[in-house]
Design a protein around this ligand. Structure first.
Ligand SMILES: *[C@@H]1O[C@H](CO)[C@@H](O)[C@H](O)[C@H]1NC(C)=O
Ligand SMILES: *[C@@H]1O[C@H](CO)[C@@H](O)[C@H](O)[C@H]1NC(C)=O
Ligand SMILES: *[C@@H]1O[C@H](CO)[C@@H](O)[C@H](O)[C@H]1NC(C)=O
Ligand SMILES: *[C@@H]1O[C@H](CO)[C@@H](O)[C@H](O)[C@H]1NC(C)=O
Length: 458
């Protein structure tokens, strides 16, 4: 009897303490002073993701709430010594030999079946490649499709296909008045339904040997009504953040967001190619540095806690130039005049800045936690970029100044080596962004072939 009543007391205390704890949580939430994300009136959003407003979806706000404490907690994530000596790697590939062998095998044998659609399909604008030259922030999606159509990877025989391409374009759907942002989920659901009824391939694997490609971050919720796509298919997307419910690392892969520029970089203020290759024989280290006079450069809107932190700490600095709002000088000049160019997480983890800095020969500094960088399966990012944890923004100058001239030159040299992987071409060329994405897909193809018509026992 005594034991029983003791238990009752314990239960009562447990109930009371849970109630108090709940109350405390509610108070903390209610009176939290951290409202970094209430910037929704700021016009700065136009910079990266013009069409997305902070209030657009509850899901996004929830996500931001989760991200917030993770992005701004001091103290520093790593001590300064953690950033030393990481830049010695000479090779930009994790394993060049394996990559080259696999790449050749991919070029020889990889086959993709594209669900066919006619020119007079009412959604031809969404399903077929665009008829114009892709431009702007989300061009990667259209470039990929145009390149695929021209490539030898396409097969008309589904039986020899390694993968099946779902050709809908998220960014075209977004602009189609019949669909719009609000109708994308239904469209995709419908499309999968159609495909799974008309063809046997979807049901065969539940979509595991299918893929789609999207750059606009609106795509992150596009599969909400098509969970098989989200869970099984290969998603090649620009917003490859570990925090997005729809992105599954390893199964999915990052599509590099690249502002398209044609041809080779026009001119290097600080070096030209023959010059960098001659070094160090001609010993001109000072002249290499002389025109890259700024230590680091960033331009963009303040649309995230990470950028807010950057401006708080470095706004008035004479070596780290953090511009918010309109630049007075041409963007390209800044990229050419800086040793390091910052890619700082904005509304989403991805921006075109990595591609921008590589194009202009500036060593990228990645300040965007928890995301799959483009081609991370293939490239050794530490050999051509500096990855700094968002918590360590106050250490930024120490980290960058801690990189010796030799290490910097190695990084720069590797930047010039990897640059070709971050360019799209009207007709794809070896090792460019298109072939690299194809390689990522090839790595993810299924070896398992489930026969769709099981032969009758005989
Ligand atoms: C699905 O098929 C129906 C009937 O053919 C068609 O009207 C509709 O546009 C298709 N939907 C999509 C998203 O392809
Ligand atoms: C695939 O599965 C769905 C749902 O079970 C079914 O409605 C559809 O008819 C199947 N498709 C084929 C081609 O058998
Ligand atoms: C590139 O550098 C070399 C070596 O300094 C120089 O001779 C050449 O004129 C430079 N070319 C251009 C286009 O600047
Ligand atoms: C930067 O300069 C502005 C205006 O001179 C000043 O108000 C601000 O406190 C300075 N910020 C920092 C971080 O030093």
């Amino acid at each position: 009897m005594a034991f029983k009543s003791k238990r009752k007391w314990i239960c009562l205390i447990a109930v009371i303490s849970s109630f108090v704890s709940l109350l405390l949580h509610l108070i903390v939430v209610r009176f939290s002073t951290v409202d970094l994300l209430r910037d929704n009136s700021a016009a700065d959003l136009q910079d990266d993701f013009a069409s997305i407003s902070w209030t657009q979806s509850v899901r996004n706000e929830k996500l931001a709430e989760v991200m917030k404490p993770l992005e701004i907690v001091p103290p520093y994530a790593f001590s300064i010594s953690a950033y030393r000596g990481d830049y010695d790697s000479k090779d930009v590939f994790h394993d060049k030999r394996i990559f080259k062998e696999d790449y050749n095998e991919m070029k020889r044998s990889f086959k993709v079946y594209v669900y066919p659609h006619r020119q007079d399909d009412p959604f031809a604008n969404v399903l077929l490649p665009v008829g114009f030259k892709p431009g702007g922030n989300y061009a990667s999606e259209s470039y990929f499709k145009k390149a695929l159509w021209k490539s030898r990877f396409i097969t008309e025989d589904p039986n020899e296909a390694d993968l099946f391409f779902l050709p809908f374009s998220i960014s075209r759907l977004r602009h189609d008045p019949r669909v719009g942002v609000g109708g994308i989920q239904d469209f995709v659901q419908d499309y999968i339904l159609n495909v799974s009824q008309k063809y046997p391939y979807w049901n065969r694997t539940g979509g595991a040997d299918h893929f789609y490609v999207a750059c606009h971050s609106i795509g992150r919720s596009a599969m909400e009504k098509a969970s098989q796509v989200k869970l099984n298919a290969i998603q090649i997307v620009c917003s490859s953040s570990y925090f997005l419910g729809g992105y599954i690392s390893h199964k999915d892969a990052c599509l590099p967001q690249i502002w398209p520029r044609e041809g080779d970089p026009p001119n290097f203020l600080s070096t030209n190619r023959s010059y960098i290759e001659l070094y160090p024989k001609i010993g001109g280290i000072n002249s290499i540095f002389s025109l890259r006079t700024k230590l680091a450069f960033f331009a963009g809107g303040i649309n995230s806690p990470v950028r807010k932190k950057l401006v708080e700490v470095w706004r008035n600095d004479s070596e780290i130039f953090a511009h918010f709002g309109r630049l007075k000088t041409p963007y390209a000049d800044e990229l050419l005049r800086s040793k390091f160019c910052l890619h700082v997480k904005g509304y989403e983890v991805n921006t075109a800045r990595i591609g921008d800095s590589l194009y202009y020969g500036c060593v990228p500094v990645i300040i965007a936690n928890y995301y799959d960088l483009p081609f991370i399966d293939i490239l050794n990012w530490k050999s051509f970029s500096v990855i700094v944890s968002a918590e360590d923004i106050p250490l930024l100058k120490k980290v960058l100044k801690g990189i010796s001239s030799d290490e910097y030159l190695r990084l720069r040299k590797n930047v010039l080596k990897v640059r070709k992987h971050f360019q799209w071409h009207p007709s794809p060329t070896d090792y460019d962004a298109f072939y690299m994405v194809m390689y990522e897909l090839w790595l993810r193809r299924s070896f398992l072939r489930v026969p769709f018509s099981v032969p009758n026992n005989s």
